[in-house]
Design a protein around this ligand. Sequence first.
Ligand code: ADP
Ligand code: ADP
Length: 208
Amino acid sequence: MAGSIVLFGPPGAGKGTQAGKIVEITSKPQVSTGDMLRAAVKLGSPMGLAAKEYMDAGLLVPDEVIIGLIQERLQEDDADQGVLFDGFPRTIPQAESLEKIATVSSVISIEVPDDAIVDRIVGRRMDPETGEIYHVQFKPAPPEIEGRLIQRPDDNEETVRSRLEAYHNQTAPLADWYSDRGLLIRIDGNASIKQVGVSVERAISRIL
Ligand code: ADP
Ligand code: ADP
């Protein structure tokens, strides 16, 4: 299938966790704006430093920065059959810009209530060597790698509240926007990682 897929949902919904399965099935590369921004922060580029202020405060990075990143990324060869967007678009202006440069064939929305989100984000850990995402309670890492796990600086309870507010005010309206275009597939994300994986696979098999 040509065209891109959007993985949509609140912070901590499980987008990154489920992305690997979709990449495996569709062979589309994962394009995570969060990962791209964190790479820019690590490099210490002027864009990265400016973005960090927003990220640490739990606010969305300005649309023009994000759209610039995406325009550049979509010019790479591996993007010519479409990509899997993870964490993008997050505002209606981002979706409108995307419409002009790529075709979105479906949007998979992982739905999780706010009260489950805080626990997921505060307990999230990452393996810096492999990028694998773990959770202290819901997906514990094997003991041999536990010592090297890191926690994102924005994964604390205070920032989560701002991120959820940004999600409800700026991102959630996109669900209706995509639904109006007949592209939205809602799946229940308030279930085990394995069960959500089954729902994701089912959604993908419907669109392939
Ligand atoms: P997102 O990319 O949407 O921000 P992640 O995939 O990073 O979310 O998941 C957030 C945290 O919640 C991670 O620690 C992950 O291990 C955990 N997690 C993901 N899916 C589930 C689930 N279905 N049930 C419980 N915990 C989950
Ligand atoms: P999560 O899914 O846990 O919210 P991400 O890794 O997707 O985390 O994003 C981390 C932060 O990066 C966001 O809180 C926001 O500041 C910024 N960010 C990522 N993607 C976007 C985007 N499409 N638009 C604006 N800001 C973004």
